[in-house]
Every structure is written in C-alpha cells, then in structure tokens.
Design a protein around this ligand. Structure first.
Ligand code: ZN
Length: 327
C-alpha cells in the first residue's frame, strides 16, 4: 500500500453535529470497528420493519418481493464532482465508468446475486470549491444544500477529497424523512474506478456507500451477535475484513466470513458480491422509503424526465462552475 493509508481524515465523530451520518463511512484502515452501535443498528432495522408493516401489512421481505412483483428498479444518479482547480476534477469518462461499475456490481456481474437495481446517469456537474473539496465532512451541509437535486428516489453522488482513511460516507434511507437535504453519498475522488493506484481503485467504494444509501448495514455489524446486519444469508463475522482474508471464519455460526461482500471493508480486489438476501433488503427498503406513493418509481419528476437522456454533455468538465465564498 502506498502512502494513502497514512493520512487520516477528520473522523466523522469529531464533527459533533449530533447526527450519525459518519456511521456509514467506509474506512480503509485495518482494524477499524463498525461505527454503528448495536442500539443504532437495531433501531434502523426496527424502523424498517415498522415502515413495511405500516405500508404493506407485512415486513416479510420474501412475501413483499412476490406481492410487489417489481420490474427492474432504475435509480437516477445526479453526479456532483467537487474539485479544487485541477485537483479532483475527474473527467466525464470516469463518471461514466463509475456508473457502469455500479451496474455491474448491483447486477451480479462481478459475482453473487443480481439485486435488480440499476443506475442511470441523469446529470453530472463540476464545482470548483476548494473548501468543500478539502473537507467535505465539515462542509457537507453547505455542499449538499447547493448541489443536491431530486427527491427521495434520486441518488446524489458527490466526489471530493474525503480522505485516505475514511473513503466515503452515506446516509441511510431511514434518515430521509428527517434530513432530506443531507440525503446522498460522498466518496473520495481517488476511489473512483481507475482514478488512482492502490487497493481501492475499482470503484467499489461507491458500490459500498450506495449499499448504505439503499439500506444495507455492514456484514460485520454487531460481530457474532444476532441479528448482525439483519440479513439471513450473510454469515456473521467478528470484525471487518482487512485486505482479503479469504478463509477467515471468526464466528461460531455457520459460514465463513463474507469477506467478498461489497458491504465488508476488504480491498476492491477482494470484493465481488451481494447476496440474494441483501437484494431483498434493498428492494424492501426502497419500497418503504424511496419509491413513490403507489409503487416503485421515484418521486422526482425532474429525475424521471432526466431518465430519458443524460445532460452530461451540456457542461464539459473543463467548464468549471465556481461557487461564491470558496477559493
Ligand atoms: Zn460502510
């Protein structure tokens, strides 16, 4: 590993904003622990059950899947590149490659299950703002207030210099009702596919963070203690994977540690799969929190229009948009 691992980002917990958004951060540093406490993860799972029961009369995700008979779920993506001059100003080709990577991963084309989720790039914009770029955790509110678009069914992805320890952070769908303006995913620009050298260069940081945005917990959530991540077909594991410990088995329950799962902390070269149960969880969480009133379409008319075509070409990466107040 290069020197990426030696630089520390400001830990989310130091922000003191009383909100646990940093809890979904993907950390690159070996030995880091799951950020969500047992009570927090239990609360998220209980909240999802309540929402499903209230809306559909059942929280059985298998039954729900059958009754919804969902066609493929297509998520419009609003991609926001925040940069500082030439630093972090990733080209449109990399943005497109990231979206392709999402589709491959969520479609089961890297291994594992097809979650039924696909992504369509609705727009991309470039913003020259060094403050935001250099400390997206500190400026998260301002950055998202200015840039994010769409409603609960629109995925807003921001890239900036998140750090080389924490590679990204995300919100959970359960948080949307209270914090709609903070909804979205922020990832380090060096974790975009083929945008840097090192163990996190395949674009799976975005896959992982978007997993949280879609409602998934870490596979190591809760360690060996039930309910873990609350998904039946991801074996328990005591701690996050570091690198790629292929044959590791840290819990007494059945199954080796799911170190190849996108919701673990392994290197990108190690990650390759979601499980069928995670796919069901995603679809259930979508139905509960991100779909329109009557079904599975997103609630954002602008994004729906944008679904038909990508307005990526209207602003080239070179034409940077400056933001007042930032240098
Ligand atoms: Zn995570």
């Amino acid at each position: 590993m290069g020197d990426r691992a030696r630089v520390r980002a400001v830990p989310a917990s130091a922000r003191g904003d009383g909100c646990d958004r940093g809890s979904a951060a993907r950390r690159a540093r070996p030995g880091d622990r799951a950020d969500l406490g047992g009570e927090q993860s239990a609360a998220l799972l209980a909240e999802l059950r309540r929402a499903l029961l209230g809306r559909f009369g059942t929280s059985d995700e298998q039954r729900l899947d059958m009754s919804l008979r969902r066609a493929r779920l297509v998520v419009p993506v609003r991609f926001h590149v925040v940069h500082s001059g030439s630093r972090g100003r990733v080209p449109a080709s990399v943005v497109r490659r990231q979206v392709s990577t999402l589709n491959a991963a969520y479609g089961g084309r890297r291994g594992g299950a097809d979650t039924g989720v696909r992504f369509r790039l609705a727009s991309a914009d470039w913003t020259n703002a060094s403050d935001w770029f250099n400390d997206p955790q500190e400026y998260e509110g301002a950055m998202k207030k200015r840039l994010r678009r769409g409603g609960r069914g629109t995925l807003n992805v921001f890239t900036a210099a998140v750090g080389t320890d924490v590679l990204g952070f995300s919100t959970f769908p359960q948080w949307y009702r209270k914090h709609p303006r903070l909804d979205g995913v922020v990832i380090d620009y060096r974790a975009l596919p083929k945008n840097a050298d090192g163990p996190f260069d395949r674009g799976y940081t975005a896959v992982h963070e978007i997993g949280h945005w879609l409602g998934l917990l870490h596979t190591f959530q809760g360690g060996c203690v039930p309910p873990g991540d609350g998904v039946a077909d991801t074996p328990y594991e005591a701690e996050p994977a570091e690198g790629c410990p292929t044959y590791r088995d840290t819990c007494a329950q059945r199954g080796r540690d799911p170190v190849h799962n996108f919701m673990d902390y392994g290197h990108d070269t190690c990650m390759r799969e979601f499980t069928a149960g995670q796919g069901r969880r995603i679809r259930a969480a979508w139905a509960a929190y991100r779909s329109g009133r009557r079904g599975h379409r997103h609630a954002d008319p602008a994004a729906r229009r944008a679904d038909r075509g990508v307005d990526l070409g209207t602003r080239a990466p070179g034409e940077v948009r400056s933001v007042g107040g930032s240098r």
